[in-house]
Design a protein around this ligand. Structure first.
Ligand code: TIU
Length: 229
């Protein structure tokens, strides 16, 4: 491999030094992707998010083959919910008439919703992390609040991020924006992210690369695979 790679992207080609670029796979958890999980209970369209599994697998394999550092994140909480931001708890408690039949911490078909250690909280079978890969448990939507991810990225000399995962409008976008503010050069991979609403996905990706890259870049999967393999 060349040390520095360039791929077609919006708003202009994205150049990244392979050894200081990491792949971030955001929240590809059963709770967001499988029936009866937290996402479906929230009202999410599962068909839309499930479309991101195969392209994320292809991206993950390419990054593994290229020897890149891989970070997986999982949204969730300790069993007491002591780490759950009060905004998340207050909104669900204040909505007895809401559409949500169950809330964070309630028992669902895959265990307690978004609680660490439960089956539904873990990453889907096809995308299970390898022992050499970093798993970041996060209580927020973004990956940088109340987690060690910044220290781990800096400690590994990472400056550039390929970002994938679900949902585009929520944890993917929040993480990409947080990373951009911390000086990381970010590219979101179009097919490897998906949202619960196609209009949200389009708008979220458009906002990232608007105005010469307001928050970063967006690229299609194929150019990434071409340059990594
Ligand atoms: N991972 C993630 O995006 N968590 C969410 O709660 N997503 C929603 O779209 N709600």
């Amino acid at each position: 491999h060349e040390n520095v790679l360039t791929i077609e992207a919006d708003p202009y080609p994205f150049t990244f030094p392979l050894r200081s670029t990491a792949l971030l796979v955001i929240d590809m958890q059963r709770d967001f992707l499988y029936p009866a999980g937290f996402g479906e209970i929230q009202g999410g369209n599962l068909e839309a998010v499930q479309a991101s599994i195969a392209p994320t697998k292809a991206l993950l394999e390419a990054c593994r083959a290229a020897g890149m550092k891989i970070f997986h994140t999982r949204e969730g909480h300790v069993p007491t919910l002591a780490d759950c931001p009060s905004s998340k708890l207050i909104r669900q408690a204040a909505s007895p008439s809401s559409q949500h039949l169950k809330v964070i911490g309630d028992k669902g078909d895959m265990g307690r919703l978004l609680v660490r250690g439960e089956y539904g909280h873990d990453i889907v079978d096809k995308l299970q992390p390898l022992p050499s890969e970093v798993v970041i448990d996060k209580p927020g939507k973004g990956s940088f609040w109340n987690t060690p991810i910044l220290h781990k990225l800096k400690g590994s000399g990472i400056t550039h991020l390929l970002i994938s995962g679900v949902t585009t409008e929520c944890c993917f976008a929040t993480t990409l924006r947080e990373a951009n503010d911390r000086g990381f050069e970010c590219v979101g991979i179009r097919e490897s992210t998906a949202g619960y609403n196609p209009a949200f996905k389009t708008a979220s990706l458009d906002m990232i690369c608007w105005s010469e890259g307001l928050f970063g870049f967006v690229a299609n999967l194929q150019p990434v695979l071409d340059v990594l393999f």
